[in-house]
Design a protein around this ligand. Sequence first.
Ligand code: SAH
Length: 216
Amino acid sequence: MQDSYLHKGKRKILINYLRDKLGITDENVLNAINEIPRHLFLESIFADYAYEDRAFPIASQQTISHPSTVAEQTELLEVKEDEKILEIGTGCGYQTAVLIKMKALVYTIERQKSLYDFSKNKLRELNLFPKFQSFGDGFAGLPTYAPFDKIIVTCGAENLPTELLHQLKIGGKMVIPLGKFEHQTLYRFTKISEKEFEKEEFGAYKFVPMLGNTNV
Ligand code: SAH
């Protein structure tokens, strides 16, 4: 399947919805979502619905996040060109693609082998290249590449993964859903000093759980 005028037209409608109904104001976020063909990350049976604000099943019982969630998390991240961003939960690679389109240097980790393989192939096919793509457990972060300007977690952790906070630069931000399965609250942590963090809260969301180890 290819991108088409029909898909492009549907994306414009989605962008208007994200801007006017959800109040997304970061034009860089809206431009990136406008440019990434979300339908190509989904099974073809869902392609017609790819630009509705819906989550869909992907491999290994995981889900691609709603476009509104991707827009909100990305806006909260305040992405700037050339920033080093660590993403936990590559999934199908859609959020990764949005960050790369925004000219971030993206380091991403996925614990499901099937999704690691899928996203790697898909991003390459679309000429989108993360700086580093890892099959591993996001709880450990990527100490070799730390510190990061920003960290985005796309699965819900029951407890705050403190190792990730260590891997943030001073002044860096981490956007993460915390709480029990499907009853998470979205938070943004800003690292003020080695030991001090500002914590802001952004309402209720439903994410798949952040799990330990890897699954081949
Ligand atoms: N941003 C993704 C969302 C996928 S859902 C997308 O656009 O498709 C969240 C993903 O987090 C799932 O693929 C799940 O396997 C992954 N995940 C859960 N716990 C993880 C962990 N500890 N480390 C890395 N990935 C994890």
